[in-house]
Design a protein around this ligand. Structure first.
Ligand code: DGY
Length: 316
């Protein structure tokens, strides 16, 4: 393929360097910043046949409309809550994501946050570093993980991978989904309030998007209760963040381990000031191995599209 005959694509970014290298080997790549003014796009960009984006940016109807030749959106994430999927479908634009390859790492991080939060690992680390331990300060006793009831909100691929990891130590694993998962060995609790009340640790693993917005609200947090801990590796929007801050501030729940926030990379300053909260900068899939596998999957989807084949991991 000569330089001129290569398909034009948009890297809606900035994108992960290994992915950019793969894109540049195959395509004529135009970089468009995630906050670019779409009205002033370079005319060459308007010939793009594919757009590559990532979870927190996605693809709005506006960027799709700004690229009249757009055939495909390759997403570098499993979550596609920031992609206007209905608009893509209506415009005949295909969409792919990166499921499966990141499941284990996201589940690992959920379990890491579970232990870090329940056993005060981050707060105690700060205490040691500050010299307070050496000066004689006594760390508070923590809660325990073993034997506790772990509630999984969203028993999909990632939820099941979390369940497998905690099964050897949990007292019981329960889950809440819109529907009971056939053949799941775990106990389904249909009522979300009862589910939260029964959970000692509630792990949010459901997918994001409008249907899941503020699924965890003040009532759920109150049902989780003063001994309860919440972990979120899904999307910030699934939890009512103001209600979470209030519940943590009033000690109506015991703690939170959070990888995701409503307006990333902004984290409410109230959360940053709380010792019973463990914060991560959205690191679920952020391992060297998984990010490379995700990039390879984005490239495989683009290759399939331009070869006229079915997408490997289609959303639309
Ligand atoms: C995704 O890919 O959607 C997840 O947020 C990874 O952490």
């Amino acid at each position: 393929m000569t330089e001129n005959s290569r398909p034009i694509i948009v890297a809606y970014g900035p994108l992960y360097p290994y992915l950019m290298e793969g894109l540049e080997r195959r395509f004529t790549v135009h970089c468009v910043a995630a906050d670019a003014d779409l009205a002033t796009l370079d005319p060459a960009v308007r010939n793009a046949r594919a757009l590559v984006s990532f979870g927190s940016v996605g693809a709005s109807a506006a960027i799709m409309d700004a690229l009249p030749k757009l055939e495909m959106i390759g997403l570098f994430s499993v979550g596609y809550d920031k992609v206007d999927v209905d608009h893509a479908r209506a415009q005949g634009i295909r969409v792919s994501n990166t499921p499966d390859v990141l499941t284990d790492d996201v589940a690992d991080l959920a379990v890491g946050l579970l232990y870090a939060t329940v056993r005060n690992i981050a707060a105690n680390d700060r205490m040691v570093r500050s010299g307070a331990w050496e000066r004689g300060e006594k760390p508070a006793l923590s809660g325990r993980v073993t034997g506790r009831t772990i509630g999984i909100l969203g028993l999909g691929r990632i939820g099941r991978a979390i369940a497998m990891r905690v099964a050897p130590v949990a007292g019981e694993i329960i889950y809440h989904n819109r529907r009971k998962a056939p053949e799941s060995p775990y106990r389904y609790v249909a009522d979300p309030i009862a589910f939260a009340r029964e959970s000692d640790v509630l792990i949010v693993a459901t997918s994001g998007g409008p249907e899941a917005a503020k699924l965890v609200d003040a009532a759920i947090l109150d049902a989780l209760g003063a001994e309860g801990v919440i972990i979120n590796i899904s999307r910030g929007s699934v939890i009512d963040e103001n209600a979470l801050v209030a519940a943590l501030a009033d000690k109506r729940i015991a703690g939170a381990g959070l990888d995701v926030f409503v307006a990333e990379p902004h984290v409410p300053s109230a959360l940053m000031a709380m010792d019973h909260v463990v914060l991560q900068p959205h690191q679920g899939s952020a391992t060297v191995q998984t990010r490379a596998a995700m990039a390879d999957l984005v490239l495989a989807n683009l290759d399939a599209h331009f070869a006229g084949k079915p997408l490997v991991t289609p959303v639309v």
